[in-house]
Design a protein around this ligand. Structure first.
Ligand SMILES: Nc1nc2c(ncn2[C@@H]2O[C@H](COP(=O)(O)OP(=O)(O)OP(=O)(O)O)[C@@H](O)[C@H]2O)c(=O)[nH]1
Ligand SMILES: [Mg+2]
Length: 277
C-alpha cells in the first residue's frame, strides 16, 4: 500500500487552492488520479470537488456563531476539534489506498509556524496512516521580489519547515504578475537566492541602524541553506502545465511516488503497431 500526500501551505491568498486545482487538472491530463482533501473550514467551492472536506465535520460559521468567536479563534477551535476527532479523518481516508491526496490548507500560517496543531495531524498521517508526505509552501512573487519581504517570507517558510519536519518544497506563485517588473535573470535571484547579496541590497536602501540586524537574518537564512523556490504560474495555460509538471516531478521525487508503484508487467505497455512502423 502506498499513500502519498501533498500539503499545500502558505499565507492567505497566495494561490494554494488554485495550485491544488492545477495539480489535479495536470494529473488528469497525464492519466493519473488524485483527490483534494479540504482542510480549510472557511473554504469556498472550487473548480474540483473536494473528496474529503473538513466542513463535513465542522463548519467555521457554526463555531463562530455558537462559541461567539472571531474567525481566527474559530479556525483554531475547528483544528483542535479535528485533532480530537482524528478517527473521522481515518475513516474518510480509509477508502483511499494507493492514492494521491492533496491537502488544501488554510492561509492562517500560525497553524503550522507557531502552534503545534498541523504538526500533530502530520505525525498522525505519517505514523498511523502510513503516508509519504511532502509539504509545499507558497509565497507570491509580487511579495517576494521586494527584498525586505523576501526575508520575512523565507523565515515563515523555514518556520513551517522546522515545525513540520517534512520534505519541503518552496514555491514562488503568481510569477506572471511580475513578468513586466523584473527580467528573467533578476527573478532567478529569488528562485535560487544568495541571502548575503540580497541583504547588501537592502542595506543600501534602509536605515544604517538596521544593517547588522539585516546581515544577521541573512546569515541565518544562508546558514540554513535550504531556501530555494520553484516558479508557478497558474494564469497562462502553457506556463501552468510547464510549471506544475516541474513541481510535480519534485514532489514525486521526495515522496518516492514512482518507487511506491506496483511493478508493471512490461508487456502491458507493449504496442505492436509501434514495431510495424
Ligand atoms: N495572476 C495570477 N493569479 C493567481 C495565480 N494563482 C492564483 N491566483 C489568484 O489569486 C487569488 C487567490 O487564489 P486562491 O487559490 O484562492 O488562494 P488561497 O491561497 O487558496 O487563498 P486562501 O485559501 O484564502 O488563503 C485568486 O483570485 C486567484 O485567481 C497565478 O498564478 N497568477
Ligand atoms: Mg484556499
Amino acid at each position: 500500500m502506498s499513500r502519498v500526500g501533498v500539503l499545500v501551505l502558505g499565507p492567505a491568498g497566495v494561490g494554494k487552492s488554485t495550485f491544488c486545482n492545477s495539480i489535479i487538472s495536470h494529473m488528469q491530463s497525464i492519466g493519473r488520479r488524485a483527490h483534494i482533501v479540504n482542510l480549510d473550514p472557511a473554504a469556498d467551492a472550487t473548480q474540483y470537488e473536494f473528496t474529503i472536506d473538513i466542513r463535513d465535520l465542522i463548519s467555521l460559521q457554526d463555531v463562530q456563531e455558537e462559541m461567539n468567536l472571531g474567525p481566527n479563534g474559530a479556525l483554531i477551535y475547528c483544528f483542535e476539534f479535528l485533532m480530537n476527532n482524528l478517527d473521522w479523518l481515518d475513516e474518510q481516508i480509509g477508502d483511499f489506498n494507493d492514492e494521491y491526496l492533496i491537502f488544501d490548507c488554510p492561509g492562517q500560517i500560525e497553524l503550522y509556524t507557531h502552534i503545534p496543531i498541523l504538526p500533530t495531524i502530520v505525525k498522525h498521517l505519517t505514523s498511523q496512516l502510513n503516508f509519504s508526505l511532502c509539504a509545499t509552501y507558497l509565497l507570491e512573487a509580487p511579495f517576494v521580489i521586494d527584498r525586505s519581504k523576501f526575508f520575512s517570507g523565507a523565515l515563515s517558510a523555514m518556520s513551517a519547515m522546522i515545525l513540520l519536519e517534512l520534505p519541503h518544497i518552496n514555491i514562488l506563485s503568481k510569477v506572471d504578475l511580475v513578468e513586466t517588473q523584473v527580467a528573467k535573470r533578476e527573478l532567478k535571484q529569488f528562485l535560487n537566492p544568495d541571502p548575503m547579496l540580497l541583504a547588501s541590497d537592502i542595506n543600501e536602501k534602509t536605515n544604517p541602524r538596521f544593517a547588522k540586524l539585516n546581515r544577521a537574518i541573512a546569515n541565518l537564512v544562508d546558514d540554513f541553506g535550504m531556501v530555494q523556490f520553484l516558479p508557478l504560474n497558474c494564469n497562462t495555460k502553457d506556463d501552468e502545465s510547464n510549471s506544475v509538471a516541474n513541481i510535480l516531478s519534485y514532489i514525486d521525487d521526495v515522496t518516492q511516488w514512482s518507487e511506491a508503484q506496483e511493478p508493471k508487467d512490461p508487456k502491458e505497455d507493449f504496442d505492436p503497431e509501434e514495431l510495424e512502423e
